[in-house]
Design a protein around this ligand. Structure first.
Ligand SMILES: *Cc1c(COP(=O)(O)O)cnc(C)c1O
Length: 428
C-alpha cells in the first residue's frame, strides 16, 4: 500500500495541530506508525487520500451504527441545511429527537441536548451536585466519561485512596472530589460509600465498560449499584454514550432492567454529527436553568442539522425490529471466525463481545476488569493492527479501544476480515 499523500498531510498537520490530530488516539501512538488521512466513506468501507480501501471497524468510534453516509441520514442533513444551519431559538427537530430518546429510554422523562458526550457528562455531574447539594463523585477505574476535569481521574494504587488527576491541568483540589474503585468490586463500593455517604452526589458508571478494551458487569453488579445509591440518596448516572442505541435500542438499561436516575448519551444519537444528551427523572432535570438553579447552556445545543441526523438515524434503527438481532448475529460470526483463526495459528487471545461491540485482547486469561485488560500484550496488538491495516482492515489503533460492526457490514466483509485475520495472526 502506498501512503505518500497521507504522509505529506500528516507532516503538514503536525505543524498546525498539536500532534497532527484533534483527538489523541488518532495519532497511532498506541500502535506506532502514522495515521492515514481519510477521503471518503460509504457503507462499511473507507478510502484514504492515496485511494487505499479499508473495511472500517472504528465507525468514528461508535456513532456509525448504519455505516458511512447512509442515504436517509445524508438526505435529512442536506435538506435541513438548506433551511439554515443554526438558530438562537428552538426548532421542531429538537422535539422529534427528544420523543425518540424517551421512547427508547423509559428512565428518561426529560432530556437536554448538548454537542458531545463530554458535555453531557459534565452537565449531568453538575446537575447531580446541584440536586443533592454534595460535591463528591464516585467512578470506576478504567471507565471513561469524556475529558471534563472531574472525570479525568482514576484510582491510584489503593481503591480507598482519593483521586489523583490523570492529566496536567486538572486542579488537585478538584480531583480530590472524584473517588475511584475497581469495576465489579461490590466491597470497594460499599466501603467507599460507608465513609463518604453524606458527601457523594453521584455514582457514575459505564454499565458496560468499553473504553479500556471491553469487559462486562458481573451478574447483579448494576442492580447492586441501583440499590446502594437509592439507599443513600446518591444519584446513579449511567454513561451510555457508547452503549445507548448500540447494545439495544434502550441501551444496557433495557438489557438489565436497572433504571438509573440520569443517563448520558452521545455517539449514535448524533448519527455522525456532534450531539450528546443527558436526561432522567423530571424532578432532577427540572433543577436545570431556566426552571432551577443549575446552569447549563450551549450556542449550538439542539442544532437542527445534528438533530435531523439523530432523528434519521434513530428512525432507521427503530424501523427494523430485527436490526439488533442481525447485528448480533453478524458480529458473532466475526468473533467466532477470528477466534478460530487465532487458535489455528496458535495465538492466544481473550475475546469479549456484546452485540456489535468487540475486543480481542492479546492475552490468555479472560479479561474481566481494568487490571486484567492491562495484562494484554500491546506490542502484539500493534503488530496485528498494522498487519490488518496493510491488508485493508481498519481496527482501532489501540488495544484499549473496541471495534464496532455496523448494519452496512456484509457477510462478505466478515469473511474477508476473518481470512485477513488469519494471515495477520501469523505475523504476530
Ligand atoms: C465517547 C465517550 C464519552 C465522550 O464523548 P465525546 O463525544 O467524545 O465527548 C463519554 N463517555 C463514554 C462512555 C464514551 O464512550
Amino acid at each position: 500500500m502506498k501512503h505518500d499523500l497521507s504522509q505529506k498531510l500528516f507532516a503538514e498537520a503536525q505543524k498546525l495541530i498539536p500532534g497532527g490530530v484533534n483527538s489523541p488516539v488518532r495519532a497511532f501512538r498506541g500502535v506506532g506508525g502514522e495515521p492515514f488521512f481519510v477521503l471518503r466513506g460509504k457503507g462499511s468501507r473507507i478510502w484514504d487520500v492515496d485511494e487505499n480501501e479499508y473495511i472500517d471497524y472504528v465507525g468514528s468510534w461508535g456513532p456509525l451504527i448504519l455505516g458511512h453516509a447512509p442515504a436517509s441520514v445524508v438526505k435529512a442533513v442536506t435538506e435541513t441545511a438548506r433551511d439554515g444551519m443554526s438558530f438562537g431559538i428552538p426548532n421542531p427537530h429538537e422535539i422529534r429527537l427528544a420523543k425518540l430518546v424517551r421512547e427508547a429510554f423509559p428512565s428518561i422523562q426529560k432530556v437536554r441536548f448538548v454537542s458531545s458526550g463530554t458535555e453531557a457528562v459534565m452537565s449531568a455531574i453538575r446537575l447531580a451536585r446541584g440536586f443533592t447539594g454534595r460535591d463528591m463523585i464516585l467512578k470506576f477505574e478504567g471507565c471513561y466519561h469524556g475529558h471534563g476535569d472531574s472525570m479525568l481521574v482514576k484510582a491510584g494504587s489503593g481503591a480507598l485512596t482519593l483521586g489523583q488527576p490523570d492529566s496536567a491541568g486538572v486542579p488537585a483540589d478538584l480531583a480530590k472530589l472524584t473517588l475511584t474503585v475497581p469495576f465489579n468490586d461490590r466491597v470497594a463500593v460499599e466501603s467507599m460509600i460507608a465513609v463518604h455517604r453524606n458527601e457523594i452526589a453521584a455514582v457514575i458508571v459505564e454499565p458496560i465498560p468499553a473504553n479500556a478494551g471491553l469487559y462486562l458487569p458481573k451478574p447483579g453488579f448494576l442492580e447492586f449499584l441501583r440499590k446502594i445509591t437509592a439507599a443513600h440518596n446518591i444519584v446513579l448516572i449511567f454513561d451510555e454514550v457508547i452503549s445507548g442505541f448500540r447494545v439495544a435500542k434502550g441501551g444496557v438499561q433495557e438489557l438489565c432492567g436497572v433504571r438509573p436516575d440520569l443517563t448520558c448519551l452521545g455517539k449514535i444519537i448524533g448519527g455522525g454529527l456532534p450531539v450528546g444528551a443527558f436526561g432522567g427523572h423530571a424532578h432532577i432535570m427540572d433543577q436545570l436553568a431556566p426552571l432551577g438553579p443549575v446552569y447549563q447552556a450551549g450556542t449550538l445545543s439542539g442544532n437542527p442539522l445534528a438533530m435531523a441526523a439523530g432523528v434519521a438515524t434513530l428512525e432507521a434503527l427503530f424501523g427494523d425490529a430485527d436490526l439488533y438481532k442481525k447485528l448480533n448475529t453478524i458480529t458473532a460470526e466475526l468473533a467466532v471466525g477470528v477466534a478460530a483463526a487465532a487458535k489455528e495459528v496458535g495465538v492466544g487471545i481473550a475475546q469479549n463481545r456484546i452485540g456489535s461491540i468487540f475486543c480481542n485482547f492479546f492475552c490468555e486469561e479472560p479479561v474481566t476488569d481494568y487490571a486484567s485488560a492491562k495484562r494484554s500484550d500491546t506490542k502484539r496488538y500493534a503488530k496485528f493492527f498494522h498487519a490488518m491495516l496493510e491488508r485493508g482492515v481498519y481496527l482501532a489503533p489501540s488495544q484499549f479501544e473496541v471495534g464496532f460492526v455496523s448494519t452496512a457490514h456484509t457477510a462478505a466483509d466478515i469473511e474477508q476480515t476473518i481470512r485477513t485475520a488469519k494471515e495477520a495472526f501469523r505475523m504476530v
